[in-house]
Design a protein around this ligand. Structure first.
Ligand SMILES: [Zn+2]
Length: 277
């Protein structure tokens, strides 16, 4: 958690002003660190218990034009089965890509004009591939899954394509799982941070195939280390995540309210129906 009191950094021994670093409880003792001085952590060794992480799961990722999932147009999407080749799409959305989006994932107007398919063609293929996974009860794994699910839902509707039956889907979100199993975590929880911790390879951050593969590997890594997660049926896990996401969101909302941040946390998962903000 953010340090409420100033102190000397546990790594570089320079002063950390109140609120500028992290307070970390190590073996019952509170230490203060600058954000960049927090020691590298490594997750415990995986166990040998059985669970859903031994079964097929499919990594899923979307990169889009906006951080607002109800507005975002899909630029790239990937589905990564445990075995077999990855499925990857590049789409020309027909609208300009905002510079801040290009900054994040490196996809620009030229690239989608050159390589992108027409949205309706690619979206129909993505929708069909996901509908098949749902029919087979194969879990779909995405990091911050409500973004990917909500973007795809709105894109299908925008192009008059059949909706996905999300209420029948099994979705696994390693971001939610990590918050559930590591409630005392301090610092950031980006895909990159968690890949470092669970020793998962992330080839290129914000590239769909890399992110989708890393999401699936993270989910497996968390289940392999936490028997109580691994032993849940995928269906029960999906249901449990709805509640965990809500608790985690209420926690974050409490923090926003305390620091006076004007932001409403969306508690819906995995499909958002209200505009974020
Ligand atoms: Zn320091």
């Amino acid at each position: 958690m953010i340090n409420r009191y100033p102190g000397d950094c546990g790594t570089c021994h320079q002063r950390v002003e109140a609120g500028a670093g992290q307070a970390v409880n190590t073996a019952g003792r509170w230490l203060v660190y600058h954000q960049d001085c927090i020691p590298v952590r490594t997750a415990p060794k995986p166990g040998t218990h059985p669970g859903w992480h031994d079964l097929p799961i499919v990594g899923f990722d979307i990169e889009g034009t906006s951080a607002q999932p109800m507005e975002s147009r899909i630029l790239t999407a990937a589905l990564i089965p445990g075995e077999g080749p990855p499925m990857r799409w590049t789409i020309n959305p027909g609208v300009p890509i905002p510079p801040d989006a290009t900054e994040r994932h490196g996809i620009d107007d030229d690239m989608v004009r050159r390589e992108g398919e027409a949205p309706a063609v690619a979206l129909a293929q993505i929708g069909t591939a996901i509908a098949k996974l749902i029919a087979d009860s194969t879990p779909l794994v995405a990091f911050f899954a409500s973004y990917d699910v909500t973007v795809l839902h709105n894109e299908l509707a925008r192009h008059g394509l059949p909706p996905i039956e999300w209420e029948r889907a099994i979705v696994i979100d390693p971001h939610i799982l990590h918050r559930e199993v590591e409630p005392r975590w301090y610092g950031k929880r980006t895909l990159g941070d968690l890949c470092d911790y669970y020793q998962v390879r992330l080839a290129v951050a914000h590239e769909s195939v890399s992110d989708a593969r890393a999401a699936a590997d993270l989910a497996r890594g968390i289940a392999a280390r936490h028997e109580r997660i691994a032993r849940m049926s995928p269906d029960a896990l999906h249901q449990a995540q709805i509640g965990w996401h809500r608790e985690q969101g209420l926690d974050l909302q409490g923090y926003f309210d305390r620091v006076g941040k004007q932001e409403t946390v969306n508690l819906e998962w995995p499909l958002e129906t209200a505009v974020r903000g």
